[in-house]
Design a protein around this ligand. Structure first.
Ligand code: KG4
Ligand code: ZN
Length: 335
């Protein structure tokens, strides 16, 4: 069989990434993160798009070099079509489309959230179908039943903020810079969850994080009124308490999904799956509940192009190609 050499490109948010995969084996994985957003306390779409324009060619070049491949050896180009920031998606997708057309090879459109799930197939151990995946990122919180590489059903999602947003917005209230998820994770390890924040009462497999955000805000307002240094004195305990609550919200819903479906093959994916507390909580379930758990390597949790190339490979095998005049979409539909 002819080699399937796929170039994956990811530009849905603030990371410009490219990876090369041959017959499902990863050869290179390059990510260029944008530091400019720290000063603004969040991702500024215009700043992100401009940075993608600067990074896209050097990042793709580096991915090909590290893989030891020439562009003429590529079989197809897979690129994130959405969901994400439209300006950012346009840079990556337009580049991928033009590159594919100039090389006369297929273009493959990838759904960013599917790609997060398929990160589990880059390396061993790989989950068996069907499995449950809790996909938690900066923009999404989803519970999925994954029936096959290209077939996944959403069984639960958030009514308001995403889990990553809950970390980032809480961090902002504590004076931490963006993205605050990794900082809360680090600080939480030095503290104890001594402050109680309420668990939202939302039915079945739905999530909600906006009530938590409001209760943290009111709690901090009340405490800092009399003690200006309350946050700095209690920072690690506050982080531990916020993180603990976010994790219990996620884990309780995950447990309910297992109960409802009877599926004990359970994975986590997306940026928040890098959280050490969540990873630990899932590992514990393997021991206490006999779940077969799957936790991605840290570099495959946050945005990367290896997962896009992986998704591209499965679509390539199915000859599921995108039209050369297809366009990216900020709110790309699920299937
Ligand atoms: O998947 P991702 O890289 O980008 C999106 O698709 O949104 O996820 C980014 C999110 C951010 O909200 C960030 O704060 C969060 O993942 N995150 C974490 C950790 N690392 C990244 N949240 C908690 N703990 C972490 N260690
Ligand atoms: Zn993502």
């Amino acid at each position: 069989m002819k080699e399937a050499t796929i170039l994956g490109i990811e530009s849905s948010c603030d990371d410009t990434a490219a990876a090369v995969m041959e017959n499902g084996h990863l050869l290179s994985n390059v990510v260029s993160s944008q530091l400019d957003h720290k000063a603004f306390g969040g991702v500024v779409p215009e700043v992100a798009s401009r940075a993608h324009v600067e990074h896209i060619i050097p990042v793709v070049k580096k991915a090909l070099e590290e893989a030891g491949k020439d562009k003429t050896e590529l079989s197809a180009i897979a690129c994130t079509q959405g969901p994400g920031l439209l300006g950012s998606l346009i840079v990556g997708y337009t580049f991928a489309r033009s590159f594919a057309q100039s090389l006369e090879i297929p273009l493959i459109a990838v759904n960013h959230m599917h790609a997060h799930v398929l990160a589990h197939f880059i390396e061993e151990p790989k989950p068996k179908f069907p499995f449950i995946c809790l996909t938690v990122s900066g923009g999404h919180t989803q519970l999925l039943v994954v029936e096959d590489y290209l077939s996944m059903t959403i069984i639960g999602s958030t009514l308001d903020d995403a889990a990553g947003e809950a970390f980032d917005k809480s961090g902002k209230m504590l004076g931490l810079s963006y993205p605050s998820g990794p900082q809360i994770d680090r600080l939480a390890r030095m503290g104890k969850p001594v402050f109680e924040f309420p668990e939202p009462q939302v039915p079945e497999l739905m999530f909600s994080f906006s009530g938590l955000k409001t209760s943290i805000l009111y709690f901090l307002q009340k405490k800092t009124k009399h003690d200006k240094s309350f946050i700095s004195t209690n920072l690690s305990d506050l982080c531990a308490s916020i993180q603990e609550r976010i994790i219990t919200i996620l884990m309780n819903k995950l447990a309910l999904a297992v109960e409802r479906t009877g599926i004990k093959e359970v994975a986590i994916a997306g940026g928040v799956s890098a959280n050490s507390g969540l990873r630990e909580a899932l590992r514990e379930k393997a021991t206490t509940e006999g779940w077969n758990t799957f936790i991605p390597k840290l570099s495959y949790c946050t945005d990367n192009a290896a997962m896009v190339a992986m998704n591209g490979y499965f679509k390539f095998l199915e000859k599921d190609y995108a039209a050369i005049d297809s366009a990216p979409s900020a709110r790309l539909k699920w299937n």
